[in-house]
Structure formats: C-alpha cells, structure tokens
Design a protein around this ligand. Structure first.
Ligand code: UDP
Length: 355
C-alpha cells in the first residue's frame, strides 16, 4: 500500500495561504531528518530552490529521495559542524541539524553539542555572508524540567547541565545565545523557534531513535509490551508535523517576527499513559502496558504558552491528537510494517536503568 505524503504537504500549503517562498534559495541543514525533510517538501512545492545538507547520522536519504529529480532540490551529504561554502546567493538558512531523541543523548553527546554550536555557527556565518535570514530550531528542552507550566518564552529554565539531557539542553541554550550574539553584534535577521514534542510520518522508530509515539505505535502493531516509563503521569503536548512546519515557516517568512523567539507547540497537555491508551485504541492492539523506572531528569510536565505564536504569527495548532496519531499509524503500516527492526540499544530496560 503506497502512502501519499502529498496530503500533508497540501495541508501545510493551504494553511500558509499566500505566504510566498517563490524564487528564494533556501539552505536547510538536517534536511533529510524527520522535520527537515517535510520542510524541504513544502518549500520546493512553494517554488523555492532548496539546498539540503545532511550527514545522514540520523536523517535518512529515503526521506528526500522523491525530491532528487526536482531541479529545485539539491542534496549535499555533509556534516555542518565542518565549514562549507556556497557560490550561489542564499536568501534563508534554516538550521535544523541535530539528533533529538533522548536515547541518542547517551550515545552521541559530543555530536549533539557540535551540531548546535559549531554547526550552528557555520550556518550563522553562511547567513551573514549572504545577508540572509536565519531560522534556528531550538526546543522546549531549553526549559529543562520547568517549574512554570504552561511555560512562556520569558521563563529561564530549570536545566541540569551535568545530567543525561545536559548535552542537548545546554547545546540548544548555547545555540540560542549564539543566535542572539549574531543578531546583536552583526544585526543578522534571526528567528528562533522553541519546538515542543512533534510527531508524525517519517519519525524514526528503529534503533536508538524512537520517541514515545513511534515506539508505542511500533510496539502496539507488533503486539509487544507498551513500555511506559514511570507511572505515565508525566505530560507532553504533542504537535502534529503539519502544524509544526506551518508555524516554523510563518516564523521564517513574516517580517514582523524578526529577532523573535517563539514557542511552537500544541497547548493541549496529555499524560504518557493517556497516550499509550490512545495508541492501543487506535491500533486495536491487545498489547499490555508495562511500567519501567522514569529516566533521570525526565521532565514531569511540558506545555507551552502559545500566545506569542497566536498573536505574532497568526498561528495555532489545528490537528487533534487522535487525527495525527491515526495518520501516523497509517504511514507506519504502509511504509514500515514487515521491515526488519534494529532494536539494539533502544530497549526500555537499557534506557531507564542507565538514566
Ligand atoms: N516514554 C515512555 N516510554 C517510551 C519512550 C518514552 O514512557 O518507550 C516517555 C518518556 O519518559 C517521556 C515521554 O514519554 O516522559 C516523551 O518521551 P520522548 O522520548 O518522546 O521525548 P521527550 O519529550 O522526553 O524529549
């Protein structure tokens, strides 16, 4: 059964209305990743010329394979932590390159730090030399385990630099400081998005990459135990990818968002146990739920204040969790079911005990 990615692209196009990227040349680092590849799809469909850089550390060539024939798309396999120069003039740089799964924090902490410091600095320099705009995709993890929930952009965070999430959280915080420095010292046109948990088709479920949603879907469809960490009362606010990409592109495109830092996420909070039950219901699975220790420093609540995104970007999340989950399950069944699974290093026992 083929899975039609165009439905997502068309939904985003529709919601972007007449925001135009026509004739712009745009560099996307991490463009073969989950969100990066959707960004490439939408921008090519909006008439931009896209240069995608990815070292395929966690991104997949298959995420952008369908774009390779387009004259509007170019793929460069390169680690953005190493400098690279361009002869063509760029209009916008989107720095998305970074591993983002908590399982990866343990295995690749230095890579993660480099992608958000050296890699980001290379992107900032490219933007500066091209007099281009830059969008940095930061994260809700800059708030750590927040003591203020719902969390507004003005909250400074509660982060353990030495803990298992320190490499990611501090890398992204340092990234935000870099962006601010380039804005202040060089007058660069910068925008920073704090992305809250986003999910959907193309999100990896294999090996060490799986986040809660793809893992639960994968487990449910294989009638394996659903691995809930802690008692499942910790919360996240899940954003479907079409909403996320729309928010990011509004932030990138709107002149009035220059220099701004904006939370982009759904403000509907869900416990992880509710999530596990919803996945069971939607897949019709008979899997049991089993409980494992909560990893160290796992944030207990995560929910954004999205007033700024609403007012500044005219954006709000549109896709309810059930609908986004159903679409993710459809994709999973069409694209992945029956493929061999590489699970080493991703077992719940490994992660929770080491955490
Ligand atoms: N989680 C879980 N079981 C899993 C994977 C994740 O209970 O197999 C929990 C995890 O402890 C966290 C939440 O689900 O509280 C979201 O985890 P995810 O890895 O998706 O990303 P995070 O928001 O922690 O960065």
């Amino acid at each position: 059964m083929a899975w039609d990615y165009k439905r997502e692209v068309e939904a985003i196009q529709r919601h972007l209305g007449d925001l135009s990227f026509q004739e712009q040349r745009i560099l996307i680092t991490g463009g073969a990743g989950f969100l990066g590849s959707w960004m490439c799809d939408v921008l090519v469909s909006k008439g931009a010329e896209v240069v995608c850089i990815d070292n395929l550390a966690s991104g997949l060539r298959s995420n952008v394979a369908h774009l390779l024939e387009s004259k509007k798309f170019r793929f460069i396999e390169h680690d953005i932590s190493e400098p690279i120069s361009f002869s063509e003039k760029l209009d916008l740089v989107v720095h998305m390159a970074s591993r983002a799964s908590p399982f990866e924090f343990e295995h690749y902490p230095i890579e993660i730090l480099k992608a958000n410091t050296l890699g980001l600095m290379n992107s900032l320099e490219i933007a500066r030399h091209n007099d281009a705009r830059i969008l940095y995709t930061s994260t809700s993890e800059t708030y750590g385990n927040p003591q203020v929930v719902p969390t507004p952009e003005s909250y400074f965070g509660n982060v353990n630099a030495l803990g298992p999430r320190g490499c990611y959280d501090e890398a992204k915080r340092c990234g935000e400081a870099y962006v601010t420095a380039y804005k202040n010292q060089y007058g660069l046109d910068t925008r920073t998005a704090r992305i809250f948990n986003t999910y959907g088709p193309r999100m990896r479920f294999d090996g060490i990459y799986g986040r809660a949603i793809p893992r639960f879907v994968d487990q449910a469809l294989h009638n394996q135990t659903i691995t809930v960490f802690g008692d499942g009362s910790q919360t996240r606010s899940f954003t479907y990818l079409t909403d996320q990409i729309e928010g990011l592109l509004r932030l990138a495109a709107l002149d009035r968002a220059k220099g701004c830092v904006v939370n982009i996420g759904n403000d509907k909070e869900t416990t992880i146990l509710e999530l596990a039950r919803k996945v069971l219901e939607l897949t019709g699975s008979h899997s049991e739920i089993a409980y494992y220790p909560l990893p160290k420093d796992d944030p207990l609540r995560r929910r954004p204040v999205i007033t700024r995104a609403r007012e500044l970007l005219g954006w709000e999340p549109k896709v309810p969790l059930e609908e986004g989950l159903s679409r993710t399950i459809e994709w999973y069944m069409a694209a992945n079911l029956g493929k061999p699974k590489e699970r080493e290093g991703s077992r719940a026992e490994d992660r929770s005990q080491k955490g």
